[in-house]
Ligand binder design. Structure first.
Ligand code: CTP
Ligand code: CA
Length: 235
């Protein structure tokens, strides 16, 4: 039975995790989305729950089958959302009294300003179409602003970079901009990161130090992240 955790180093902690890609509607039949599978965030949730934590998982759109393992986990509560706005509301509620909040979701940076109630039809146009986009709120930055005492807040950043130094530099600047305790940074390109089973991340802390470097399965990455969270909380 997998219900009794073999390792219980996260017992007593309540954690909120977001995952998946948000979708921003254009009209009743179309949306703006992204390539996130939701797999890494689900592994972050499963790893925490398997190590004894109580987990609140806020899942935007994930690939088929990715959520099957969380559905019956005794320590995971699941809430499904669609847009960045939905995710924002759900994550604020989930994180409010949590010890740790981890934003793994790929949140749309922009939404469509005026969503059409009617399907947009070619025959109504002149051969061109323009979508006006407005920025969505930065949920992670809001969680940091609203943080409770002793709360640990973690972000995930997928970056494109040709060199490691550039990747680290971007990661450090983003960590500082967001004000998070820890930022996990992974490199993506057309072949790596999103749909792959494996992942490689570096974890940067609030002293700009690389505290963890891990590559392997998404579960291995998740476990290494929780190790980093525990070490950070023990400081
Ligand atoms: N994030 C968020 N709310 C947003 C956008 C991003 O909470 N509106 C979170 C993501 O869940 C992730 C972290 O911020 O944990 C970094 O996301 P990323 O897209 O890399 O950062 P951005 O600030 O959106 O910068 P960029 O312009 O590089 O996309
Ligand atoms: Ca972004």
């Amino acid at each position: 039975l997998a219900l009794v955790p073999t390792r219980t180093d996260l017992a007593g902690l309540t954690v909120a995790v977001s995952t998946g890609g948000t979708r921003e509607p254009i009209d009743p039949v179309r949306f703006l989305g992204n390539r996130s599978s939701g797999r890494q965030g689900v592994e972050v949730a499963l790893a925490a729950a398997d190590r004894g934590a109580q987990v609140r998982l806020v899942a935007a759109h994930v690939d088929d089958g990715v959520l099957s393992a969380v559905a019956h986990h005794p320590r995971i509560g699941l809430e499904r959302v669609s847009t960045a706005g939905d995710l924002r509301t759900a994550m604020h509620a989930a994180a409010a009294d949590a010890d740790v909040a981890v934003m793994v979701a790929a949140v749309a940076d922009f939404r469509v300003d005026a969503v059409s109630d009617e399907k947009i039809r070619k025959e109504d146009g002149d051969g061109t179409a323009t979508l006006r986009l407005v920025a969505n709120p930065d949920i992670l930055a809001e969680l940091v602003a609203a943080r409770g005492e002793a709360q640990t807040i973690v972000g995930f950043a997928a970056e494109t970079a040709t060199e490691d130094a550039e990747l680290l530099d971007r990661g450090r600047r983003k960590r500082a901009r967001k004000g998070v305790d820890l930022l996990a940074v992974n490199r993506v390109d057309w072949a790596r990161g999103f749909e792959a089973a494996e992942n490689a991340v570096v974890v940067i802390d609030d002293a700009d130090d690389v505290v963890t470097e891990v590559s392997g399965s998404k579960r291995a990455v998740a476990d290494a992240l929780w190790d980093a969270v525990l070490a950070h909380r023990a400081r």
